[in-house]
Design a binder for this molecule. Sequence first.
Ligand code: ADP
Ligand code: ZN
Length: 603
Amino acid sequence: MQTPQDILQHVFGYHQFRGQQETIVNTLIGGHDALVLMPTGGGKSLCYQIPALARPGTGIVVSPLIALMQDQVTALRELGVRAGFLNSTLAWPDVQDTERALLNGELDLLYIAPERLIQTRTLDLLHQAELALFAIDEAHCVAQWGHDFRADYLRLDLLHNEFPQVPRVALTATADMRTREEIIERLQLQEAQQFIVGFDRPNIQYRIQQKDNPRRQLLSFLKDEYPQQAGIVYCLSRKKVEQTAEWLSGEGFNALPYHAGLSPRLRETNQSRFLREDGVVMVATIAFGMGIDKPDVRFVAHLDLPKSIEAYYQETGRAGRDGQPATALLLYGLEDVVKLRQMMSTSEGNEQFKRGEQQRLNAMLGLCELTSCRRQVLLRYFGDQLDEPCGNCDTCLTPPQTWDATEAVRKALSCVYRTGQRFGVTHIVDVLRGSGNEKVITQGHNQLSTYGIGKELTVDEWKAVLRQLVAAGYLDVDAEGFGGLQLTESCRPILRGEQRVNLRRDIRTRKPTARAARRPDADIAEVDRPLWEALRACRRRLAEEHGVPPYVIFHDVTLRDMLEQRPHTATELLAVSGVGDSKLERFGADFLEVIQDFSALAS
Ligand code: ADP
Ligand code: ZN
């Protein structure tokens, strides 16, 4: 049997295990179960791939991501790993070939969709084969109230009963306690050793900006910071996805739409272009993303507010899997709060469910209105701790000002009260500022004691006050759909003058971190650039020849390491991170030639 270290080196071309990878690998090799919670990009795949190679028999990987299985298998085959998959997209002769290979012990790894795995036919097949382990990927899909729930996952407890001798590992990047407990219970992993890895993604810069002109804000973000880079723009509705994609295309971006209303074929085409082409901006609903393991997504931008911190963290987590700098930008405004609050009050589900939704939204709003380090709060939410402010979020980089808004808040609350708790933000602001518009007059609101008592603040400043009052739960939005503001119980102490309120002063600068336009390879020295470009061109050519995305040939990290080490021999090339035996054999000569040509030129 090969040792895990040998496999890491020769198959994957890496020199060291990361974090707890080695312990997890040894746990599984030893025949024990494991639960692995690791952030996106943390390196979960090696945790089951290496034991599957080290143990006799085939490792079975359960994954809901049918669309990605082909790519995952292709990437493994480039590493010289004998991999296959079984799902509904596979033609019958291919199914037969794969099944035969399994029974003949010719597969190291077999990916199976959950609905397929639980069929009697598949279980019979597995009983005849030698199995190394079961890996249950995206294990949070068992969580019934979670956003990725899959009913078939609930049946996976049968693995425990049918194959008690085969070690099982469940893996997820979803961090919260409740999901963790649900995974353990539903998959019967009570005996499993738990590996909970810190959830920080230090290379992602978190930014939450007040929406003022979202299109202009997005455009300047893309143009100034990420021209021609791959990224995801999330929108709430299908219509907005299509409009935004069209508009970005008109602005010269390679932008594509993705949502559940598009035909499966178009979705697949767009997803595959996102993976294969350079610099595609995917404009999508949350239907897009689970398991997209493209390593070089440079940004995730939200044009609408996510419903919970869990969703926000998972969606932003798709940026920067390769560990290089990436940005998560969220544009957020009063209308988002109103819209989401209304959606929740009209949503299906029992009271307990609604209350849960409400609490999750409140936590998300709290994050938006925060005046201290965002990362500290995010990590604390997942039970993790960061002792010092991170220095890589907008509130750390440009600390927001706060002001004593007690007087303004009291004026606003009284005005909501005096107008009968039926009117929306615009009208309340009109009354406060003493506007003479028609609605104010016809309602007789120019007669109220609160009419014109708030001329000292601008319209935008008043909106910021009201937004923060809604976010903090002092004001409610009526469920009937007109956005009428209502007082809540928690207003009392403020109105009685017993409580003071500090609010955040909105930052209106367009670019809070004032960074120059940059590319992810901006730090590569001028003299190295020609070789860098040549290495990339070589990768692009090989990717086209093999019909795979460029990163399946080599990741950027590997090309950078080549640039630094300038290997001239096969042995030297093996020392580069990400170059294993199989890739050396397949691509080594091509890259060595490129490097050779450049040294010849230089000397
Ligand atoms: P996850 O599934 O947890 O999101 P992956 O398994 O896709 O993460 O790994 C993320 C990236 O880190 C991949 O590019 C992978 O090749 C790389 N990686 C994982 N483990 C190591 C390691 N020990 N050394 C170097 N790179 C690693
Ligand atoms: Zn911070």
